[in-house]
Design a protein around this ligand. Structure first.
Ligand SMILES: CC(C)(COP(=O)(O)OP(=O)(O)OC[C@H]1O[C@@H](n2cnc3c(N)ncnc32)[C@H](O)[C@@H]1OP(=O)(O)O)[C@@H](O)C(=O)NCCC(=O)NCCS
Length: 314
C-alpha cells in the first residue's frame, strides 16, 4: 500500500487520495462480490474499513504535504492515534492532548451518518449491485467530496478567510448571497431536511467558543461567523427560506483551532460517516427480498418530436 501512495503526485488533494485508497482496498483484500450469508466476511471488512480509514486519512495528509508517513501507535485510542499520525513529524513529536482528543471525538460523532443524504444514498445504490463494501464506501466518499455536501466546511473557512482578508463587510456578503446573479451562497447555511437551527451547529458553536476561552485564544474568523449568523438570522431572505447554520458552519473553525488544515475537513467528515455508511450497507443487504436499486425517471421532454435531417439543421 505504501508503494501505491508513493506513486501518487505530492500535493494531490487528500480527499482524492482517500477515495482512491479506500477503493483500492478491494485490490489488497479481493472479495469483489458479496455472498448473502458471509456474516464473518462482513464483520472483517467493516472492522478493516473503520480502522484503516484512520491510517489512510493521516497518510493522505502526509502525502499531500510531502512529509514522511507516521505509523500507528497501539497504545493510543482512535482519535489520538489519528492526530499522532497526522501531526507527528521528525522535528516535532506529537504530544497527546486529552482535550483535543475529546473534541475530535465529538466532531466525528456529530458528523455521523443520518438520513438518505447524497453520499449515504450513493453507498446504498452502488452496494445494491452486490459489489463489495470497499467499492461501495469509495463511491460514498466521492459523493461526499462536492461543495454542496461534505465540501461545505472547507468552503466555509475559505469564505470566512476571504471576508477577513478583503475587509468585506458582513452586509455585503449577505447582499451577495441574496443576489441570484452572483451565484454565491452563504456556505454552511441551509439544509435539505433541517428547516430550523441544525442541532449539531448549536453544539459546535458552543464547543468552539468554550475551547477558545479555555485556551485563552481568539480567532477573527469566529467573530465574522457570529456576525454573519446574526445578520442572516434577522434577514427576511433567510427567514422566509428557513436558512439556518448547518453542521459545517462552525466545524471548520474548530478544526482550524486543532491545527487541521482545511483540505482535511472532508477527510474527517468521511471518517465520521464511515460506521453509518457501513451500517446502511449491511441493513440493505439484510433486507429481504434483496433488490438492486433502480431509481425511476419521469420523462418530461418532447412527446411529438419531428425528425430533422442533420443537413437541414442550423
Ligand atoms: C444545503 C443546500 C444544498 C440545500 O439545498 P436545497 O434544500 O435544495 O435548497 P435550494 O437549493 O432549493 O434553496 C432554496 C432557496 O434558498 C436559497 N438558498 C439555499 N441555501 C442558500 C445559502 N446557503 N445561501 C443563500 N441562499 C440559499 C436558494 O437560492 C433558494 O432560493 P430561491 O427559492 O429564491 O431560488 C443549500 O442550502 C446550499 O447550497 N447550502 C450551502 C452549502 C452547504 O452549506 N452545504 C452543506 C449542507 S449540510
Amino acid at each position: 500500500m505504501i508503494t501505491y501512495f508513493d506513486g501518487m503526485p505530492t500535493a494531490a488533494h487528500p480527499m482524492a487520495i482517500l477515495s482512491s485508497m479506500v477503493n483500492s482496498l478491494a485490490i489488497y483484500y479481493p472479495q469483489y462480490f458479496v455472498d448473502e450469508d458471509s456474516e464473518d466476511l462482513y464483520q472483517l471488512m467493516a472492522a478493516r474499513l473503520i480502522s484503516k480509514i484512520r491510517t489512510i486519512a493521516a497518510f493522505s495528509y502526509k502525502k499531500s504535504v510531502g512529509e514522511p508517513f507516521v505509523y500507528p501507535r497501539h497504545d493510543l485510542k482512535y482519535c489520538a492515534n489519528f492526530l499522532h499520525m497526522m501531526v507527528n513529524s521528525p522535528v516535532r513529536p506529537y504530544v497527546p492532548d486529552s482535550e483535543e482528543e475529546r473534541i475530535l471525538n465529538m466532531l466525528l460523532v456529530l458528523h455521523a451518518d443520518h438520513e438518505q443524504n447524497c453520499s449515504t444514498s450513493t453507498v446504498r445504490l452502488v452496494g445494491s449491485s452486490r459489489v463489495n463494501l470497499y467499492s461501495s464506501i469509495g463511491a460514498g466518499i466521492c459523493a461526499l467530496w462536492g461543495p454542496l455536501h461534505g465540501g461545505a466546511n472547507q468552503e466555509v473557512i475559505e469564505m470566512l478567510e476571504n471576508i477577513h482578508d478583503s475587509n468585506m463587510s458582513v452586509a455585503d456578503v449577505i447582499a451577495d448571497a441574496k443576489n441570484p446573479e452572483k451565484r454565491f451562497r452563504l456556505s454552511g447555511f441551509g439544509h435539505r431536511v433541517y428547516k430550523n437551527y441544525d442541532p449539531r451547529a448549536r453544539i459546535l458553536k458552543k464547543a468552539c467558543a468554550d475551547f477558545m476561552k479555555n485556551r485563552h485564544i481568539s480567532d477573527p474568523l469566529l467573530e465574522i461567523a457570529l456576525e454573519l449568523e446574526n445578520a442572516a438570522l434577522s434577514d427576511d431572505y433567510f427567514i422566509e427560506r428557513n436558512l439556518y447554520p448547518n453542521v459545517d458552519f462552525y466545524s471548520g473553525i474548530i478544526y482550524r483551532e486543532l491545527g487541521i488544515p482545511s483540505n482535511m475537513y472532508m477527510v474527517l467528515f468521511a471518517m465520521g460517516r464511515m460506521p453509518g455508511w457501513i451500517a446502511q450497507w449491511k441493513e440493505m443487504h439484510d433486507t429481504k427480498p434483496f433488490k438492486i436499486g433502480r431509481p425511476r425517471q419521469i420523462y418530461t421532454g418532447l412527446t411529438d418530436a419531428v425528425y430533422q435531417p442533420s443537413s437541414e439543421r442550423s
